[in-house]
Write a protein that binds this ligand. Structure first.
Ligand code: 4AD
Ligand code: MG
Length: 433
């Protein structure tokens, strides 16, 4: 190799150096009698490399042994070339093989199941590489958004003694001689945290034993949550809208190339970045669905996926729906004073069929009402006595919400299935690799 520092493909192209050392993996290769073309891949990008037989027959012989995913180091001359897939090409002067890869189990046309079985290898694909880079931007944007707005990062336990989002989706774990559950939400602990820090946020793994096999549910997913003292419903919904617009803004700034790899319609994201998102009540949603779309949804039922999809498509931008029926909401979502049938809560629904991406609410301050609702769910209110303490020592109005990180990634990337929004998906039917 030349006496040069190794650059990533991206760095080499940006610097426009002519003499380069690169290392990576063989993504594609094409051999003829006179030339060998390799598409070299590293974490940053891909680049075409050419080895003409006439220039160095010995090198040509070495390159003939290369297989897909072999690891190599090369030195050569970089130049612009319109015919190359990314507009640049390296004419190779030297090539060292680090390892010749065994025949790669993934070829061009594969069943989705084979790709999930080989997820540890499929992560190298252009598609997954692009999604993982967008995921990186989105996670960074969420931290930046909250930190820039004066929120402190606050951690809650993953092992929890009780439920927050309904007992039916709890994962039970052996805990010494006892049992606990994996976290369904950071929220109840966050409600303790705000009395110390005021405004807090977190992003962490979240677990739900979802029995439904849909393209929108994972058993292990990441939720980004916030909680703030003194905040009421009309304010918290605006924070949620700002957060989503900020996430989209960051992706448009950093990931145009990846969005192109995924063939995402960028003009739609540009629209969502700038748009006002409407806030409407559940009862108004029913009016629209029933009058305009002839859908016959009775008051009191939770919205189903097709109903959520319809209302988001009606507006063609994310929609915040508030005041769902109290009866079907979690014990901590307070009945409104004007109409106790309606709870002070909201969901944000994304367009293009992606539906619920955020759930949140004001938090109930009525201890007796919460105890009653817990009992109705078969819970023992005693387990929550620490939570009710928060209503005894300087209780204040407060609100919060949780963003489904993979739901947002799926929507922004335009994915068919949420499983592709996380490196190693966990669902009812998949727990390996
Ligand atoms: O609506 P959820 O259940 O709300 C809560 O857990 C609240 N305690 C959050 C809070 O107020 N701090 O979940 C929040 C979001 C949903 O809107 C959805 O985007 C996502 O989490 N989500 C899932 N994502 C993937 N797979 C699943 N099984 C999910 N369940 C919820
Ligand atoms: Mg929800």
């Amino acid at each position: 190799m030349k006496e040069l520092k190794y650059l990533t493909i991206k760095e080499a192209v940006e610097k426009g150096d002519t003499e380069v050392n690169l290392r990576g993996w063989v993504y594609r290769e094409r051999k003829s009698n006179k030339f060998i073309f390799i598409v070299l891949r590293d974490g940053s990008d891909i680049i075409q490399c050419v080895i003409p037989k006439s220039k160095n027959p010995k090198l040509f012989e070495i390159a003939e042994t290369l297989t897909i995913e072999s690891s190599i180091q090369i030195s050569g001359t970089l130049k612009e070339d319109d015919r190359a897939p990314t507009g640049y090409e390296v004419s190779v002067d030297n090539l060292e093989i680090v390892q010749i890869a065994e025949p790669f189990p993934i070829t061009e046309y594969q069943s989705p199941e084979l790709l999930y079985d080989n997820r540890h290898l499929w992560l190298r694909s252009r598609k997954l590489n692009a999604i993982l880079k967008i995921r990186h931007t989105i996670v960074g944007a969420i931290h930046k958004f909250f930190r820039d707005h004066g929120y402190y990062e606050f951690d809650a336990p993953i092992f929890q003694p009780s439920m927050s989002e309904g007992g039916s989706t709890l994962f039970e774990v052996k805990y010494y001689k006892d049992k606990v559950y994996l976290s369904q939400s950071w929220q109840l602990y966050a409600e303790a945290g705000i009395f110390s820090l005021g405004k807090i946020y977190n992003m962490g793994p979240t677990f739900r034993a979802e029995k439904s096999k849909t393209s929108r549910h994972l058993s292990e997913f990441w939720m980004a949550e916030m909680e703030a003292a003194w905040m009421e419903l009309d304010e918290v919904t605006e924070v949620a809208k700002d957060e989503i617009r900020f996430i989209i803004q960051e992706v448009l700034k950093d990931n145009r190339k990846e969005l192109e790899v995924l063939e995402r319609d960028i003009s739609l994201l540009e629209k969502y970045e700038k748009a006002e998102y409407p806030t409407i009540k559940y009862s108004e949603v029913l009016d629209i669905l029933n009058k305009k779309y002839d859908m016959k949804v009775p008051w009191g039922k939770d919205l189903r996926t097709n109903e959520e999809a319809k209302i988001a498509e009606h507006y063609k931008v994310p929609v915040v729906v508030t005041h769902y029926p109290t009866e079907i909401m979690g014990f901590y979502k307070p009945p409104s004073t004007e109409n106790p049938q309606e709870a002070l809560c909201f969901d944000m629904l994304a367009p293009e069929g992606y539906c619920e991406i955020i759930g949140g609410s004001e938090r109930s301050l009525q201890v007796e009402n919460m105890k009653e609702r817990l009992r109705a769910e078969g819970e023992n209110p005693e387990t929550y006595s620490w939570y009710f303490d928060l209503r005894r020592y300087g209780s204040v109005p407060h609100s919060g919400y949780g963003v489904g990180v993979e739901r947002v990634i799926s929507w922004i990337c335009g994915l068919d299935n949420i499983k592709d929004a996380i490196p190693f998906p966990r669902t009812m039917l998949r727990k390996s690799p």
